[in-house]
Design a protein around this ligand. Structure first.
Ligand code: BEZ
Ligand code: FE
Length: 302
């Protein structure tokens, strides 16, 4: 019979979990228990606070749908997604490789396929811009046929998933680069936006007196055989929140400004951004995506 005081309980739980055959599960569960117990001891967690935490996590789960991932949003605003991204970059990114950024909750698989030079703004209206460049390897050699997914908000700061009918896709597209890894597409300038604030994560952000905004950006997911998938985003330099992103996605190397007269721009009259993306070689440790299409995280029904 054990008499478990506030220190002994941690040892007792670790002892019960000690025979976990999966070594990685054991490592993660052990660390989670130790840190959770330390956290409860540090703040001297009270019963009503413990229950409030459980109610909060329950609400986060209930806010999840095939179109919305409130748990990823929570991870984002707590900086956990950025931390996992940064650690993932340390194991898998070559020095020349483009920095990664958050996938976020608005990525969708099966985006409409577009031809090089087409616009991803089929419904959305606004100031037209063009983005062009090359997908290369670490030596600067083009990666032929690299597949690129792009997605962004419209000029009002809304994703298609937030529209009245979230099954209609707009402001997103998928294309293949040419034989030299070159690409170009048109779009409209996106607007920065507040993360979804009508759920428990928004309540938390409000209680913390945080502004809740992401600076204007365009997401990219780039893949090619034998290369590590690149999940990143380009951020507009003139957005007032570029230095205070609520979800900590911005890195200096990902900040851009469209301009007319950019050298090599396919249409010199249209404000353009040239950005070359550099892929890292795939390694055994370097794979995996920090994020998911929300529909893929729903339990299978039936
Ligand atoms: C996004 O950029 O789409 C995003 C990322 C994290 C939280 C909310 C939105
Ligand atoms: Fe976004």
């Amino acid at each position: 019979m054990q008499d478990l005081d506030s220190a002994g309980i941690t040892e007792a739980v670790l002892a019960q979990m000690a025979d976990t055959p999966d070594a990685r599960l054991r490592e993660i569960a052990d660390a989670a228990v130790r840190h959770l117990h330390d956290f409860a001891r540090e703040v001297n967690l009270k019963p009503d606070e413990w229950l409030a935490g459980i109610a909060f996590m329950t609400a986060v789960g209930q806010a999840c749908t095939p179109y919305r991932q409130e748990f990823i949003l929570l991870s984002d605003v707590l900086g956990l997604s950025r931390l996992v991204n940064v650690m993932h970059d340390v194991t898998g990114r070559e020095a020349a490789g483009t920095e990664t950024s958050l996938l976020g909750p608005f990525f969708r698989e099966q985006a409409p396929k577009i031809a090089l030079g087409d616009s991803i703004a089929k419904i959305g209206q606004g100031e037209e811009i063009m983005i062009f460049g090359q997908v290369t390897d670490a030596a600067g050699k083009g990666v032929p046929g690299a597949q690129v997914d792009v997605w962004q908000t419209d000029a009002e700061g809304a994703y298609d998933l937030q529209a009245h009918d979230p099954t209609v896709m707009d402001m997103r597209g998928q294309f293949r680069c040419d034989a030299e890894g070159r690409f170009r597409f048109r779009t409209v300038r996106p607007l920065g936006y507040m993360i979804p604030m009508d759920g428990p994560v928004g309540d938390l952000i409000n209680r913390q007196h945080r502004h809740g905004y992401r600076p204007a950006h365009i997401h990219f997911l780039i893949s090619a055989p034998e290369y590590r998938e690149l999940v990143t985003a380009l951020y507009f330099a003139d957005d007032e929140h570029v230095d205070s992103d609520t979800v900590f996605g911005v890195s200096r190397s990902l900040v851009i400004s469209p301009a007319v007269g950019v050298e090599g721009a396919p249409d010199p009259a249209v404000p353009s951004i040239r950005y070359d993306f550099c892929l890292s070689r795939e390694t055994e440790e370097g794979g995996g995506r920090v994020g998911s299409d929300p529909s893929k995280l729903m339990p299978a029904s039936g």
